[in-house]
Ligand binder design. Structure first.
Ligand code: ACM
Length: 267
């Protein structure tokens, strides 16, 4: 199975430009893939200064323009596409991720652990951390979604792994410097593959400024970094994996990371 990320710099509050840029990067990539992950808030950018601004760049799932464009790309490429989306649902906004399948199905995850001013613009996610089965010429594979800062809570990846995720899809807008290294641990402690699709660039809005760290990574079940992007690259990187490796939870002949858990000592 071929899995990848698309790293780019979304423009703040310009969803139409952002989908054009995504399309351009995709059309410049000659390699195929079965699953491609885009960054968090790929439609909207990140550093809003008002709720009106946040609303103006949001999309409805599944009928919004950005989602429909992702569905078209998924069909054209015969690949599953996951992306972070600023989601409008009634009078609420969520920091969400969608998983779009070539047959048009869309699954949604709403970010559980909001970071900084996301708490001002977005409602806390209400979907919980769920696993979805995807299928294709690569067979049947279980994938789970978490978004950016969810990584710092080990419970996020652990919940997805305990629910059977073989691959963790991780759209991100990382500003702290730890995550790309920490994904080694999330992958190893759960024996799963992880795809962290980060964004690049600096966003400035009024007197606010944020720098995003790029360096998207794909990590395998034993902590090998299969792909690492540059800090500022706008690119697609792809790794070929055997997702069945994530079904083997034995770290040694006598240690199974799930069966050896001592839940009576945890709280
Ligand atoms: C983050 O959760 N966007 C840092």
């Amino acid at each position: 199975m071929k899995i990848g990320f698309l790293q780019f710099k979304p423009e703040l509050c310009k969803p139409d430009e952002n989908i054009l840029k995504v399309r351009e990067i995709i059309s410049n990539c000659k390699n195929s893939y079965d699953l491609l992950v885009l960054p968090e808030l790929a439609n909207s950018g990140y550093l809003f200064s008002s709720r009106e601004e946040a609303l103006s760049a949001s999309d409805e799932i599944p009928g919004g323009n950005f989602c429909r464009a992702l569905a078209e790309i998924s069909k054209e490429k015969n690949a599953f596409i996951a992306a972070g989306i600023s989601e409008r649902a009634g009078d609420k906004l969520y920091n969400s991720a969608v998983l779009v399948s070539p047959n048009g199905d869309i699954d949604t995850y709403r970010k559980t652990h909001l970071f900084l001013d996301e708490k001002v613009w977005f409602s806390p996610g209400d979907t919980g951390l769920n696993v979805f089965e995807i299928s294709g010429k690569f067979g049947k594979v279980k994938v789970g979604m978490m978004i950016c800062f969810d990584w710092i809570f080990p419970e996020s990846a652990r919940t997805l792994a305990l629910k059977g995720a073989q691959i963790i899809i991780h759209p991100s807008n990382l500003v702290l410097s730890y995550c790309q290294q920490a994904m080694f641990t999330r992958a190893v402690e759960n024996r799963v593959f992880t795809i962290t699709a980060n964004r690049t660039g600096t966003e400035i809005n009024g007197d606010k400024e944020l720098y995003f760290t790029g360096k998207s990574v794909i990590v395998d079940t034993k902590g090998n970094y299969l792909c690492t992007a540059g800090e500022n690259d706008e690119t697609i990187m792809i790794a070929e994996i055997d997702p069945e490796a994530a079904l083997d939870k034995n770290v040694t002949a006598k240690n199974n990371i799930f069966e050896d858990r001592r839940e009576e000592f945890y709280f």
